[in-house]
Design a protein around this ligand. Sequence first.
Ligand code: SF4
Length: 408
Amino acid sequence: MLNAYFCNSMSISSDKLQYLIQDPNLDSDLKAIAQKVMKQERITFDEGVLLYEKGELSYLGVLANYIREQRHGNKTYFNRNFHIEPTNLCVYDCKFCSYSRLIKQKEEGWAYTMEEMMDIVKQYDEQPVTEVHIVGGVLPQYDLDFYANLFTNIKKHRSDLHVKALTPVEYHYIFKKAKIEYAEGMKRMKEAGLESIPGGGAEIFHPEIREQIAKDKCTGEQWLAIHEEWHKLGMRSNATMLYGHIESFWHRVDHMEQLRQLQDRTGGFQTFIPLKFRNQDNQMSDVPEVNVIEDLRNYAIARIYLDNFDHIKSYWAMIGRNTAQLSLAFGVDDIDGTIDDTTKIYSMAGSEEQNPAMSTKELVDLIKQVGRHPIERDTLYKVVQDYQDYEFPEENKPKYYALPVINS
Ligand code: SF4
C-alpha cells in the first residue's frame, strides 16, 4: 500500500515535469534547464543565476520536487538531539548576529564551565537522543585543550551520543592560537571524540559580502579548507548559507558553486541548510527580511543546483511550522528535529518560534499532514525509527516529550 503510494507520488512529480517541458509558453532557457533536470544533468553557474532571476515559484517547485522524490520519495527526516551553547560572548562582531554579546557586555551573557556543560549532557541521560550539538560564541578560554577535553568527557560519559560540534569559525581561532595547521587540528579533534561538524559560519563566502557582515572571522576559503581537511579524515559535515540580506543572487550561486566543487572533490557533505537572515536586535535591523516566496524559491534552487548533496534541510524553529511544511514540496527532505529550549539562536534573531518546542508526535503529525513519510534518523542518516505506521503509546500522547535540536 505504502509502496504504491510512493510510486504514485513519484510518477505524479515526473508527469508534472513532463507537462512543464511541453508547455509552449515556457521561456526557452527555463525549458532547457527543466530538460537537464529530467535527464539528471548538472546545471551551470549562469543557469543557477537565471533560476533566481526568472524562475517562478510554481516552476521551481516542479523541478525541485521531482529531484526530491527521485532521491527520497516521500521520506522526510528528523532527528532528536540537544544543544549546548557554551557561551553567547564572542570576540567577533558579525553584523547580522542577534545572539552574541561582545565581551564588554558580559553582564548580558553566559559562559559555561566544563562542569556546567557536562551537567547539561547528564540531564539527557534517560532520554533517547542520538546527538549533542555544540556551537556558540568564540572566547579565548575555550581553546583546543578545553574542547578536546569536553569531547572526550562526553564520549566517556555516554559513548552512544554523537558529538557534532563547532564550526570553522571556532576551529580557525583555536588552531591559530595553538599554532597548528588545520590538518593536525582536525586530527586532534577526531582523536578527542569529535564525530561531525555542523554547517554554521559559512554565511556568504564571497569577500564582497563577507567583509561587510562578518569581516573578522575566518574567510570563505578558510571555512572550505577546514571542511576539506575534515572530509579527508573520512568524516562528514554539513553546510549552510545565510541568505536574504545584502547579497545578490549571483553571490548565492557563487556560494553554492564553491560547495558543489568541494563536494565533487571529497563527497563529505551530507546536508545543505539555507538559513534565513532575521533582522531583529542586530546591527542590520534596517535590512528588510525576504518573504516566504523567496524562502521557498531559495530551497528549490538549492535542491536543483546542489546535485551532489544528498539532503536539503529547513529548520522549522527558524522559519515556522507552516513554512517548514511548505518547504517539503520545494526540495526539502529534512526538517531537523524535535526541540526544547536549549537553543536561543533563532528566537533571539526574531523567529516566529519564540519558545520552540515540539514533541516527537507533533513533529510526526506535521510531516504526515502534508503527505510525507516521517523517519527519525541519526546524525549520519541511519534510520532510528520509521514513523509511517507507528502508533504512539496512549500515555505518551498528551505528554510533552522533551527532545531538542537545531542548527546545522
Ligand atoms: S555569528 Fe558567531 S562568530 Fe559572529 S558574532 Fe555571532 S557568535 Fe560570534
